[in-house]
Each structure stands twice: as C-alpha cells, then as structure tokens.
Design a protein around this ligand. Sequence first.
Ligand code: GLN
Length: 247
Amino acid sequence: MQFVKDMNLKISIAHLYPKLLNLYGDIGNVITLRKRCEWRGINVEFDEINIGDDIKEHDLFFIGGGQDKQQAEVAQELFKNKENLLTQRDNGAVFLGICGGYQLLGRYYQPNCGDRLQGIALLDVYTVAGKNRFIGNVTAKTNLVVPETLVGFENHSGLTYLEGDTRPLAFVTVGNGNNGKDKTEGAYYKNVFGTYLHGSLLPKNPHFADYLIELALKKRYGKDIKLSMLDDTIETCAHKALVGKAY
Ligand code: GLN
C-alpha cells in the first residue's frame, strides 16, 4: 500500500452531459472530486462531455440527475456509447450516477408518460416511474466505507429494482431509497455506483468521495494507493448534522 505524497499522480475525470443532467447542484460532486485530488497534489485531467462529443478513456465518470425530458435526450446519446462504456466498466473505470443519471446506467427507465428510455446496462437494475414522488432527506447505511452512513436528499418518482450480481449501495434508515419497499438505496457492480442521493452527495460524504478517488487511482496505476488525510472538520460536521434527520 502506497500513500499519495509527492507521487506525482494523475486521474482523468469526465462529467457526462452536465448541461442537461445537473439537477439540485449535482455538479458539486465533480467539484468535490477535483478539489480533493488537487488538495493532495493529484493532477486532474477534466473533460466535459456534451451531446455529440466522443467519449475517450477516463478513470472516473460522473453523471447527474435530471427531469424525464432531459433524460430522454441523454439516453439516446449514451446508448450510442454503450459498448465503449461497458468496456471501460470492465476495465475498472469508476462511475458515479445520481438519480436520473443512475437510472440511465441501468437497463431502462420507464417514465410515467412517453417511451421507455434504454439505459446502457452498466448496472443490472431497471426503473419504472411510480405514482408518487419521494422527496426528503435520506440516511442510509453502507458497508463500503467508514463511517458507514451516507446522507443526502431524494426527489424522484422512479422506482428502481436490482437484479443479477448488482448489489445495493446501502440500506435506508431514513427516507425511501430505490423504491420505498425493499429498504435498498442505490446500487453498485464492479466500480459502477448509482444512488438517489442528491445534496450534492460527495461534499457531505467525503469518505465516499475518497473511496471513489482511490478506486480510480487503482484503475490507473494497478495498485492500492491510500489517500493522505485532509482536514474534514466542516464536511464531517455537515454529515453528522444530517444523520438520522427526516426534516
Ligand atoms: N426523472 C427521474 C425521476 O423522477 C429522475 C429525477 C432526478 O434526477 N431527480 O425519477
């Protein structure tokens, strides 16, 4: 295990379709990833991917949430890149999808009105729109990071169900999560992670941000690289203020 100090490291991060999928400030996740790398002297090659752009190889991809209409436009574009992104997933690339972006990383999203949106099946999940919207704070427990809590805000009508080898990211203790029935929240398979947690997620869950960065470093350098500690006093205070909070 090597510690990241003066190792002259680099990772490449791509933000997928931010002009269309950036609900509730999900761009805060990209800002967090970039700053937590830069604060440690890790160089970040950043690429914003918009409609019509080619998608090159990257270590980490982010896709945010959005309304059904924007999702439809992005779904078409993403589907053109399905084989490319499936290959990158299988080569260890890290993906983080939030809400609408999460839904499109699955097999499909069936909105209340309109055609079914084909996803790119990086995750073996499917989503169907429910009659009600789930809106509110969420606390969920995960065994992937310490502390074992993830906190955020949900606002979705989609009900997501997991199949095959795709595992729940966490289990809700406050809020609805994937479908309001099975207590699961989010999903992951290999290094692909999806969640309904807006907020944005990573500023208030710095431990999960660092987990994703370490996975991206491992993908690029082929070995475990432990990130040096940062002063997360403010981030931890924000996290703790939300744990267990419904309103
Ligand atoms: N349009 C999707 C839904 O309502 C996703 C919403 C979102 O990204 N917040 O489930």
